[in-house]
Design a protein around this ligand. Structure first.
Ligand code: ZN
Length: 133
């Protein structure tokens, strides 16, 4: 009999075990990486796995500029929120096609998250684009 107690390999990504509570919610506050503004309180979002492309972080004015090649990352781990009023602080870019990007409400760095106009109750915040405290 083989004993499979293998712990899933760490990809070098965010260590989820310290961030996700037993019920799949954010165990810690979600903060802006740049200015520390609070985006979400603990327990307000659920972990969601979805492949989303987010352009590289920059100031708001740069996010929606430049048609064509946009550098960024495909991120898979997100905090999913179903109501924009759940956020403590959040801003949005103007629409890019059917997508709005979430940005910090205070310093306007972003995108920290993703929202599609077709899915009005789904707001994603990328774990790798925020701090947890
Ligand atoms: Zn900020």
């Amino acid at each position: 009999m083989e004993n499979s107690e293998n712990i899933p390999a760490d990809d070098g990504h965010v260590d989820l075990s310290t961030l996700v509570s037993e019920d799949g919610k954010n165990a810690k506050s979600v903060l802006c990486q740049r200015c520390g503004s609070k985006v979400l309180c603990p327990g307000m979002a659920v972990l969601a796995e979805k492949e989303l492309f987010l352009p590289s972080m920059r100031k708001k004015t740069g996010i929606t500029q430049g048609e064509g090649t946009v550098d960024g990352d495909t991120l898979t781990s997100h905090w999913l929120v179903d109501d924009m009023y759940t956020f403590e602080n959040v801003g949005f870019t103007k629409d890019v096609g059917k997508v709005k990007y979430l940005i910090c409400a205070d310093c306007e760095i972003g995108p920290i998250g993703w929202h599609c106009l077709d899915e009005k109750k789904r707001f994603y915040v990328a774990l790798e684009r925020v701090n947890h405290a």
